[in-house]
Each structure stands twice: as C-alpha cells, then as structure tokens.
Design a protein around this ligand. Structure first.
Ligand code: CTP
Ligand code: MG
Length: 335
C-alpha cells in the first residue's frame, strides 16, 4: 500500500508547472551574454593564432551544449597538432601568450586531471577555462545540444535539476558528488526511458554524423530537426517529470546492479561493464556510462560517504515533492 501511494505523485503536482517554468525562464542566459562569449572567443583566437596559426578553438560544456544557465564560466578547447611539446608544455606556453594581453588571473593548472589555463577577461567579465585537445568533450557537447533540440522538456528538466544540485551542494566532483555533465546525462536517460519515450536514442539510429576522436568512433543521428515531434505521445508535464526523476533515483534505481546508458537508451548491468568491484579509486557506486568513452563511469568520483549524501538528497527531493506544502521553496533551500 505504501509502495502504491509512493508510485503515484500527489494529485496537485501540476500546480508546480508554473513555478518550475518561471524558474527555468529566469535561468536562461540573455542574448547579450552569448554575444560577450563570442567576443571573448574571438580575442582568444587572435592571440592563439599568432603563436599557432593552424590551431583552432572550440567552445564546449555548458556555454555550447544549451544547458548553461546565466553567468556561467565558459569552457574552451584548444585543438592543436604539436608534436614537439607535451600537454603541460602547451598549457604553460598558452598561459604565457595570454598573460601578455589584458587578461586577468591567468593561471596554468598543469597537474589537474584535465590540465587547463584559467583566466578572466575584464572587458566581458567572463571567466574561462582552456584545455588542450580534449575533443571528445567537444563531440559530447554536440550530442547534448542535439538532444536538447528534440524535446523542450529536456532543457527545462536539466536546468531545474542542475539548479537543485547546485543549491543542495551535490554538484561538486571534488567532494565526491556529480558533475553537471553527469546530471544532464541522467536527465537524457530518464526521458529515453519514459513510456511513451520522450527522447529517442540517437546513437542507435542511422548514423548521419560521425567523427573519430582518440581512436573512438563517435557516430549518431544528428538530423534532429526531423525529430521535433518525437515525444508528442507523452503528455507528461515538467512538474511530473521533476517528481519522476527524483522518485526514480530515490526509490527505483538498482544501485547494486545497474548502469544507466544514454548510448543504448537503456539500463545495462554492471557485470556487462565489469564495473562490479572497486579498482583503484573507481568504486562504481552509482554508474553513468559516458556515451562515447565507454570505459568512463561519470559516477567514479562518488565514494562511500558521498553516495549516502546523494541518495539522501534524492529521497529528500522526492519526499518534498510528494508531501511538502511549499515544495518549490523547500526543494532548493540552501543546505
Ligand atoms: N566533461 C566530460 N567528462 C566529464 C566531465 C565533463 O567530457 N567527466 C566535458 C563535457 O563536455 C561537459 C564539459 O566537460 O559538457 C563541462 O563539464 P561540466 O563543468 O560538468 O558541465 P557544464 O555543462 O559546463 O556545467 P556548468 O554549468 O556547471 O559549468
Ligand atoms: Mg562548465
């Protein structure tokens, strides 16, 4: 009986559609911000091309995948064929080039997992991280952007989930919780699994876009303008989906055996991935398969104590949406 009560959400759940959509609208970056990002990218291109005429700069991450909220930093990837220098040397050289211009707080972080140069542009007031030859991130950025084109509910859901995660302090990979990228993959997967499905599985469809990056073949159907009415048979509202998302991660996901996989649009088993035991620091306590780098579990940052924090937060959110009298405030309350 308890289970049955939990399986269906409260009768007035749809009263949350208006506040959720208002929150979503308030988080969308204004057009000026996009223009400033372009302006900074143009400046960086000019500076980089003096030293490396053939190098290219790509935007990736939230500034390019359509899941960026306003006032985000931008992520840039320098694509360069430089055989004489290793990555750290390129990073140091890049920092030198950028220091010579009117950019502030230029720092080379050569020992990070992904080595980057950090900087702040005082003209646009935008902060930026530049990595080197991380082209898989550029390709997964396109995949996320393409999924967002298929059904508007994905972007709405992901903005709300990201906002919740930031408010509740569970979007901190260095503390063992999940990256924004992981949360967006969880949202895509959740919408692929609705019945009727709200999102297709683009990687299982005919390949219309294909690139090989670091020996990984990345291909999928990218003619997403043809899929604009894909989810029309599913009438679930944003409030129902937010509730359903938290309910799934609080009470339905099989943490012991399951891996969520956007690549297959399905759940796969940990056994199949050989993610059943701890290897080094990878514990696989919550498993989210990267769509292209198949050995990469986005949940690998999660440890014994942070999995508890995460699951308690999912339960808290599901219970607030179910029973609280003022869920919209309570849900995003700072921790
Ligand atoms: N990325 C990745 N693998 C990870 C983490 C990130 O490939 N384990 C790449 C993805 O292309 C992602 C980008 O790095 O889009 C930026 O990651 P992240 O900062 O988590 O996401 P953003 O979308 O930039 O989110 P935020 O708005 O919080 O900056
Ligand atoms: Mg980012």
């Amino acid at each position: 009986r308890m289970y049955k009560r939990l399986m269906t959400c409260r009768g007035d759940i749809n009263s949350l559609n208006v506040p959720f959509l208002a929150l979503y609208e308030s988080l969308i970056p204004p057009e000026e911000e996009k223009a400033k990002q372009k302006q900074l990218l143009t400046l960086l291109e000019k500076l980089v091309s003096k030293e490396w005429p053939k190098a290219q700069l790509y935007l990736y991450g939230s500034c390019a995948n359509s899941f960026g909220v306003c006032k985000s930093d931008i992520d840039v990837c320098l694509a360069i064929e430089e055989t004489a220098m290793d990555k750290s040397e390129i990073i140091l050289k890049l920092a030198d080039i950028l220091k010579s211009d009117n950019l502030q707080n230029v720092q080379a972080l050569t020992r990070a997992r992904v080595p980057i140069v950090k900087l702040m542009d005082p003209v646009t007031e935008i902060s930026c991280d530049i990595c080197v030859n991380n082209l898989l991130a550029v390709v997964n950025t396109k995949l996320l952007r393409d999924y967002a084109q298929v059904d508007a509910r994905l972007r709405q859901l992901a903005f709300i989930i990201k906002h919740w995660a930031k408010s509740r302090g569970v979007n901190e990979t260095y503390q063992g919780t999940l990256s924004s990228y992981a949360y967006v993959l969880m949202c895509i997967h959740f919408l692929q699994m609705r019945r009727p499905a709200i999102l297709p599985c683009l990687q299982e469809m005919e390949t219309t876009y294909s690139v090989t990056v670091d020996d990984i073949k990345c291909g999928y159907f990218d003619e997403v303008e043809k899929l604009r009415d894909f989810g029309r048979h599913n009438k679930e509202t944003i409030a129902q989906l937010v509730w359903g998302f938290f309910f799934y991660w609080a009470y339905c996901h099989d943490y012991a055996d399951s891996v969520i996989s956007v690549r297959t649009g399905n759940i796969i088993s940990k056994r199949e991935k050989d993610w059943t035991r701890r290897i080094g620091n990878d514990r696989h306590l919550i498993c989210i398969e990267d769509p292209f780098e198949l050995s990469h579990d986005l949940g690998r940052v999660v440890d014994k104590s942070s999995i508890k924090v995460l699951r308690e937060e999912f339960e808290r959110a599901a219970d607030i949406l179910q029973y609280d009298s003022n869920p919209c405030v309570k849900l995003f309350e700072p921790y």
